[in-house]
Design a protein. Structure first.
Length: 295
């Protein structure tokens, strides 16, 4: 029932898998709480009652937080339970309002321009280097890089079409000349003239898996010597921050990234060093005023 409802609502495969996992873990927890042998022994009315029981859900979410899960993880678990209650059991939405933990306000990690160059130029494999160039030059998510089709590239207009990105939205983003030059070399070397995907996977007709690209980035990071614990998403964060620091309007950056909410894009104003560089530390000023020679 849950799987069918998720499909009908148009949820992505990734979200559907996450929601099913949360519901399964909740049922396992509930079975233990009721001292049953497993979730399969729950009657439908018991399951429905447990889902809409706000006190039971609150107890479960508190347990998740105590186990060290992030507020984002717990919020997603609550969303999964609410979906089951409202969309599957047809409960009124006002009866399934659970207390959500406050979201963490974390600033995105960003690499400097030189650090980015060291990372994306680290791979000797042309395919690997092309993927990393595109991830940074166009501000793409991992899922968007691996799902690029050759027909998504429009060199005449200098744009890249992102089909059905996050939130199932199409958008256009930048196609840099440097990235396009590399794509041409890569397509010619790999003889991809008849391929559907720009980065084909191992199986015929499939695209490269996201984990493969994440592994490519991890190896490139190690090879580059950049000593930061970051994932490939840092290239997208760096793309946005570097655009902002070079004077690009925040509204254009929001469009390029495909953010629905402006506040999501505004995070980059907090990691940009453009204005910070104009501010002098009081320590430097005090020492300079005391000894102009800096001695």
């Amino acid at each position: 029932m849950l799987t069918s409802a998720l499909k009908l609502k148009g949820y992505s495969l990734k979200t559907s898998k996450a929601y099913r996992g949360h519901v399964r873990r909740y049922l396992q927890n509930l079975a233990g709480y009721l001292e049953l042998k497993g979730p399969g022994t729950l009657k439908e009315e018991e399951l429905e009652s447990a889902i809409i029981d706000s006190s039971r859900a609150k107890q479960y979410t508190l347990q998740l937080l105590e186990q060290g899960h992030s507020p984002a993880y717990v919020n997603q678990a609550i969303s999964a339970l609410r979906f089951l209650a409202v969309e599957v059991f047809k409960q009124p939405s006002e009866q399934t309002k659970y207390i959500r933990p406050k979201k963490e306000k974390k600033l995105p990690y960003v690499l400097s321009e030189q650090e980015v160059l060291r990372v994306i130029q680290a791979p000797t494999n042309l395919k690997h280097r092309t993927m990393l160039y595109l991830a940074y030059a166009s501000g793409l998510r991992v899922s968007e890089v691996v799902r690029l089709k050759i027909t998504d590239i429009d060199p005449e207009r200098g744009i890249l079409r992102v089909r059905q990105g996050k939130g199932k939205k199409d958008r256009h983003t930048l196609l840099s000349q440097t990235a396009w030059d590399m794509i041409k070399k890569y397509v010619k070397a790999e003889r991809l003239s008849t391929s559907l995907w720009l980065f084909p996977g191992q199986h015929p007709g499939s695209h490269l898996h996201e984990r493969s690209l994440q592994k490519v980035f991890k190896e490139a990071l190690q090879t580059s010597g950049v000593m930061k614990q970051v994932g490939i998403h840092v290239l997208r964060h760096s793309f946005a921050t570097h655009l902002l620091e070079n004077g690009t309007d925040l509204r254009y950056i929001q469009e390029l990234l495909g953010h629905a909410n402006p506040s999501t894009t505004e995070r980059y104003t907090h990691v940009s060093t453009k204005n910070l560089k104009r501010i002098q530390s009081p320590l430097d000023r005090i020492l300079r005023d005391r000894d102009p020679r800096g001695e």
